[in-house]
Design a binder for this molecule. Structure first.
Ligand code: ADP
Ligand code: ZN
Length: 761
């Protein structure tokens, strides 16, 4: 630091001059839970110098009022930017860093990639239970103050206090207050006296109070891999043994033995003393999956959404200490602090629940890819119906494609039969089950098999229709039809949970004559019970499965054979393995097909393939009936043939032609507010700013919009959106970082940006 530069600094009190002259200032770089891309610098006072570490939270004066605010320390350095006076860190919140340097870097990447604040990512990914140190008891530890040695030379202390100092001088780290008192054979008053003299400093410390984990199921041996599995296994082992990153897309139909391969890959990394993370959709975190991993590995941590804060914190600590071999969890388990990770597996990679729908709007697959790249380990993606994003990467040779084309033990994929509901004698009269499906259910039950009926609409009737307005009764707060829930006698909005009794007259035109139209799972249940009075029927949807644990209990009953017909929403479509299911009925295959969504075809294909995968798993075979009003639709046709490759080729060609993902990276910018005029006006103004600022990028950056969002009104807010896209993600991110600071939004309008959006409503 030269004298000259100091001349330009604002006036500084003399003590600060001295401090700065004696040694370099220590400066902490902080980020806050704010949608800001930049960071802040604070001076670290001397007594915190040795305690502060990146990854800890600290409290600092912030903003004009200097209110004490919590921020995350992301780096500590001596190179103080001396051109301005910095405020000082007031206190350190966490004794230990909440995140390792590697995880800090990963969260920074997320902020960059998904265009949000680094502090927002940190706030979002560290579980609340970890921040609160839930389930642990606070104790106070003491350490010698840094300048204690010098000051002690010039001091004469009472004997008891000297004893305390002596204990601390002998010990390697901070000592808990009770142990300190015992070792120094004194009470706490000498300790407090030393604290008041600032010769020793208190440090808060937490001790875990969690009990041990539940007992493991009996251990099971590994299966002998069949020839196709063995070949796939050999391929997966290559990057593992060479410790390099590679993403392997394991494309295998349901029941082809993918999970067995994950287990083998994990077995390998565990033998190197490393850990594995297995990411699954929350919905498939069933006891069945958990048992399968627990029976194969000595220590498995399962991170599901029903964990208490204390449990989550306890698992987090065990994982961080390297005591856990396998972490199984939903999306956020990608942040599990495994110290020496060997592989990441992401099962059912096509599931949309891997994308978070609130800030930070990350996709666990992309975060897993980045983490695996940084840690030089493989990432295994598994699916029967890979996303076109993943499939294209494999086709382009960026990732490795490994296929398991058949089910294990030559079990065939079930035959899929289409039922045209446009001229069926029953469906045209308003029944949910067509004549062929009704007969098939009858026969399956008579033969002692089990039946799954899938319908992706909850409630009794999705629409209460006014013949005069030719429109459904809508939620007053949302642009969404109200669903009739007969069991509660209420209309419900599935977007905002608003409820009301059904009106006698149309709220729009005031006329009587409202009609219930269409069928949801409740109505399907009534029809099934009526048609098969002797069958044991169970409905599974988010209404009937409200209590925690009810989902698992219901599936258990079905597996035990206590239920003949299981009907429900997507809750039953995924990942379940029931050998006795001989019939699956898709009650309405068209619900997804006609959505205004670029992935409507992909979702329809996935859905039919997934549902079909629920049957034919045992020795008795099985079949699938799909009811549709569009039997000639090519997507439906290809799903009947289980022909993923043709579907992917066809759909990729269409996406390429329309410049849609995966050929371009998309970002959706949504403006929302309670005053529609204001939101619409702002969306026009911003779209102009976007287009203007995008001009230098030429065709690298395309702006679409503004347009009203497909669901214009949601929870009282009107929504307009724009889309930006670029062939590679780079220009898009670069552009947004330039344009974002220029967007001065008026009060009453909020903006959200979603990179790689999956929800386009
Ligand atoms: P996926 O994950 O592709 O659905 P799984 O790994 O769950 O497939 O395998 C489907 C079924 O086949 C499971 O019941 C599993 O235990 C069994 N299985 C898998 N591999 C083998 C094998 N090599 N030998 C015998 N059974 C196997
Ligand atoms: Zn609503």
């Amino acid at each position: 630091m030269s004298q000259q530069r100091r001349l330009f600094e604002p006036p500084v009190p003399p003590e600060a001059w001295e401090q700065a002259a004696e040694r370099d200032c220590l400066v902490a770089e902080l980020v806050f839970n704010l949608p800001r891309l930049d960071s802040y610098h604070y001076l670290v006072p001397d007594d915190l110098r040795d305690l502060i570490q990146p990854g800890q939270r600290v409290r600092v004066p912030f903003g004009r009022g200097n209110t004490l605010t919590t921020g995350y320390c992301v780096s500590v350095g001596a190179d103080a930017p001396t051109s301005r006076r910095l405020k000082s860190v007031a206190e350190i919140v966490d004794r230990e860093p909440l995140l390792s340097p590697a995880m800090l870097e990963l969260t920074r990447w997320i902020a960059d990639r998904y265009l949000c604040g680094w502090g927002q990512v940190l706030e979002g990914v560290v579980p609340a239970g970890v921040k609160k140190q839930a389930g642990t008891r606070e104790i106070t530890c003491y350490a010698l103050a840094k300048d204690a040695a010098e000051r002690l030379a010039a001091l004469r202390l009472p004997a008891r206090q000297q004893a305390v100092i002596a204990v601390l001088q002998r010990s390697e780290g901070p000592v808990a207050v009770d142990q300190l008192a015992e070792a120094a054979s004194c009470g706490t008053s000498p300790i407090h006296a030393l604290r008041d003299k600032r010769l020793i400093v208190p440090i808060r410390h937490r001790r875990s109070t969690m009990a041990d984990d539940e007992p493991a199921p009996p251990r099971a041996a590994d299966l002998i891999l069949n020839a196709v599995q063995a070949r796939a296994h050999d391929r997966i082992l290559i990057p593992l043994r060479e410790s390099r990153h590679e993403t392997i897309l394991l494309h295998g139909v349901t029941g082809s033995g993918k999970t067995e391969l994950y287990i083998r890959a994990i077995r390998e990394v565990v033998s190197y003393g490393r850990q594995a993370i297995v990411l699954v959709p929350e919905i498939s975190l069933t006891p069945q999956t958990i048992r399968r991993f627990r029976s194969r590995f000595a220590s498995v941590a399962v991170l599901h959404s029903h964990l208490s804060d204390a449990e989550r914190h306890w698992h987090w600590q065990r994982i961080a200490r390297g005591e856990v071999e396998v972490v199984v969890g939903a999306r956020s388990a990608v942040f599990a602090p495994a110290p020496h990770l060997g592989v990441i597996v992401l099962d059912e990679e096509h599931e949309t629940t891997f994308k978070q729908n609130s800030t930070p709007r990350y996709h666990a697959r992309e975060v897993a890819r980045e983490r695996a790249r940084r840690e030089r380990i493989p990432l295994i993606l598994g699916s029967a119906t890979p996303t076109l994003e993943s499939f294209l990467r494999a086709q382009q040779g960026l990732d490795v494609l490994v296929s398991l084309p058949n089910r294990v033990e030559q079990r065939p994929l079930p035959p899929v039969v289409l039922v045209d509901t446009r001229n069926d004698p029953l469906t045209t009269r308003g029944h949910s089950l067509s004549r062929p499906l009704q007969h098939a259910v009858q026969r399956a039950i008579e033969d002692g098999g089990q039946v799954i009926l899938f319908l992706n609409l909850r409630g009794y009737s999705p629409v209460l229709w006014c013949i005069r307005c030719a429109d459904g009764v809508k939620c007053p707060d949302c642009d969404v039809s109200m669903t009739w829930h007969r069991d509660r006698g209420r209309l419900m909005c599935h977007s905002c949970e608003f409820e009301m009794p059904p009106p006698e007259r149309c709220p729009a035109c005031g006329q009587p004559g409202l009609k219930f139209l269409g069928a949801g799972t409740q109505r399907l249940e009534a029809e099934v019970r009526h048609k098969f009075p002797d069958a044991r029927v169970l409905r599974m949807d988010s209404d009937s499965m409200r209590r925690p644990g009810s989902h698992d209990a219901a599936l258990d009953r079905f597996r035990q054979g206590e239920v003949d017909i299981l009907l429900g929403t997507q809750m039953i479509a995924k990942g379940l393995d029931f050998p006795n299911v001989t019939l699956v009925g898709v009650v309405d295959a068209d619900t997804m097909l006609h959505q205004p969504d670029l992935r409507a075809a992909e979702r329809t294909f996935q859905l039919i393939a997934q549902v079909a995968g629920r049957t034919g798993r045992g020795d008795r075979g099985g079949r699938v009936l799909v009811q549709t009003m569009s039997p000639d639709d090519p997507v439906i046709q290809l799903s009947v043939d289980h022909d993923y490759l043709s579907f992917a080729a066809r759909e990729l060609a269409q996406r390429q032609e329309s410049g849609a993902p995966p050929f371009r990276t998309l970002a959706r910018i949504v403006l929302r507010g309670e005053r529609e005029e204001l939101v619409r006006g702002e969306s026009r103004r911003l779209a102009n700013v976007f287009r203007e600022s995008a001009r230098p990028y030429g065709d690298e950056l395309r702006i679409l919009g503004p347009a009203p969002a497909p669901v214009l009104k949601l929870k009282k807010h009107y929504r307009y959106h724009c889309q930006a896209s670029s062939p590679e993600v780079g220009p898009l991110l670069d552009w947004w970082k330039q344009v974002e600071p220029l967007l001065a939004l008026p009060d009453g309008v909020e903006l959200a940006i979603d990179v790689d959006p999956l929800d386009l409503r």
